[in-house]
Write a protein that binds this ligand. Structure first.
Ligand SMILES: [Zn+2]
Length: 373
């Protein structure tokens, strides 16, 4: 793998990850771009302890441009995009409209008042383009290309964790217009948070209780229990295990853990890295098949009309502080319940953080095994 770090016209970093060690990345960005300043702040909810990012500067961002203006496609035929090169393997660049930025430190004053705790929205937001092919998806990648994306995620985790003030690096993909994705090009994002995310804080608290009660690590016990029980196991590799969690919140939700507990992507060994692409691509392809066959046989809904499954893929990595009990894992879930029906976060979920799931986790696991390749 070859990594080449360059700068866009407005000073943002852009990084190429190439499979070919001889790749030359010297294309300049000729666009007349003015540097933007991100002035977000983070506020701690005094009632829940959750951090909220207030990024009121982001209202002017691009919304659903036509495909021939895609900012994530390579720059070709006189059309200039965010990527100056005419082709690429995997590329990462700083978001032009970031929710978090190290710029904020110079402009926002913090406060330790317990009822008014606030701090600069220091951190970084990056875009990861998985492929130069606009009409593709992560599930269409070759294993080699998916492995290159893993290398990019790993490198970004190492580099962003080292930035001053960064507490947790979150790599994720939102896929599908139903999730609110504004660009169809296959891509994900990385947020370098100046705090541990609320869901992570809850996991750390549960792990501490489990340690106190049993003397053992929560996540090691969790994975071992699911493996032994196997009712909710969806896919068992030599180094990775995917299962539907016991108390799944979403209609179809899979958690993927390395069998050996590690804190973050940088701690994965060669064997785990080598197996990951095949396992993850298989999970994504099963997600795409989940609803494709529902219309078959009913005579009403031709399956060709079924849109690709919208999903969120979220890497959970240990934060810098208090994260020693956490286990690296990926949570993959879809908001689609059945063909044409989405699960919305309405009063019960949005109002109270209390989920009602209409699909039993055991039935979801069974379905996810049925659609295996
Ligand atoms: Zn594109």
């Amino acid at each position: 793998m070859k990594k080449t770090t360059t700068k866009l016209a407005d000073g943002r970093e852009l990084i190429y990850y190439d499979a070919d060690d001889a790749a030359v990345r010297d294309a300049a960005d000729p666009r007349p771009l003015e540097p933007t300043t991100a002035l977000s702040e983070i506020r701690r909810d005094p009632a829940t302890g959750d951090w909220v990012t207030v990024a009121a500067h982001r209202q002017g961002r691009i919304y659903h441009p036509p495909a021939d203006e895609c900012p994530l496609c390579p720059s070709r035929d006189g059309r200039l995009s965010e990527v100056p090169a005419s082709d690429y393997d995997v590329v990462v660049f700083e978001n032009r409209f970031p929710a978090l930025s190290t710029d904020a430190v110079a402009h926002i004053t913090g406060s330790d008042d317990p009822l008014r705790t606030r701090a600069p929205g220091a951190g970084r937001c990056e875009v990861v383009c998985f492929t130069a092919e606009h009409d593709s998806s992560f599930a269409d990648l070759t294993e080699a290309k998916a492995g290159l994306v893993l290398e990019a995620w790993t490198d970004r985790t190492a580099e962003l964790s080292a930035l001053p003030g960064v507490q947790q690096v979150f790599c994720f993909e939102n896929r599908g217009a139903e999730i609110g994705v504004t660009l169809a090009h296959p891509h994900g994002q990385i947020y370098a948070f100046p705090f541990a995310a609320p869901r992570t804080v809850k996991m750390i608290a549960e792990a501490a209780i489990h340690r106190e009660r049993t003397g053992r690590n929560l996540f090691e016990d969790l994975v071992a229990t699911e493996q032994a029980d196997s009712e909710r196991v969806v896919l068992a590799g030599e180094h990775w295990t995917a299962f539907v969690p016991f108390a799944a919140r979403w209609p179809y939700e899979v958690h993927l853990y390395p069998n050996r507990r590690v804190a973050d992507l940088t701690r994965l060994g060669p064997a785990e890295r080598a197996e990951f692409p095949a396992v993850y691509l298989e999970l994504l392809r099963r997600f795409d098949r989940l609803f494709a066959e529902d219309g078959a046989g009913t005579g009403t809904a031709p399956k060709a009309q079924t849109a690709p499954t919208p999903y969120i893929a979220a890497w959970h990595q240990a934060p810098a502080q208090l994260g020693e009990e956490l286990a690296l894992h990926l949570e993959l879930f879809t908001i689609r319940r059945t063909v044409g029906k989405l699960k919305f976060l309405a009063g019960v979920e949005s109002g109270m953080d209390a989920f009602v799931n209409d699909v039993s986790p055991e039935a979801a696991a069974q379905r996810l095994r049925e659609v295996a390749s």
